[in-house]
Design a protein around this ligand. Structure first.
Ligand SMILES: [Zn+2]
Length: 137
């Protein structure tokens, strides 16, 4: 059964990403929503990648999506990770995509198109990361 692979504080929030990490610590997944073109986007950007507008806000996501693609990482990219783990592209039901890890299943159970949902892993007091597991819906 795959567990959260990140074992150490390896991410540094920036002023732009701080609201994302603050929400994750409260076990909420948030995403940037453009007020000009109404699209959501991730990763965090100063301007909307669809229309370049800077009029955006953080909004809460349902945390539900499907597994768009994945790769099984057999070698940890740094000592902060525990291999093997699944690096996953998640297509959210709200039409945006993020990269995360898929946990709570065996590697051979991962299947493109499977329904997944967000869960949270506290790496340290400061850092909680959103991860994904098979959906219970
Ligand atoms: Zn836009």
């Amino acid at each position: 059964m795959l567990e959260p692979p990140l074992t150490a504080y390896a991410l540094k929030p920036t002023p732009l990403t701080q609201p994302f990490w603050d929400a994750a610590r409260e076990r909420r997944l948030v995403v940037q929503h453009c007020r000009t073109c109404s699209k959501k986007f991730f990763r965090p950007e100063i301007a909307c990648p669809h229309c370049r507008a800077r009029d955006w806000e953080w909004v809460e996501s349902t945390g539900k999506g499907t597994l768009y693609s994945f790769a099984v990482m057999h070698r940890a990219p740094s000592p902060a990770f525990k291999a093997p783990f699944i690096f996953a592209a998640i297509e959210m039901d709200e039409g945006w995509v993020l990269f995360s890890n898929l946990i709570g299943l065996e590697i051979e159970e991962a299947e493109i198109g499977m329904e997944v949902e967000v869960c949270f892993h506290a790496v340290s007091d400061e850092l909680t990361v959103p991860l994904f597991r098979p959906a219970r819906r």
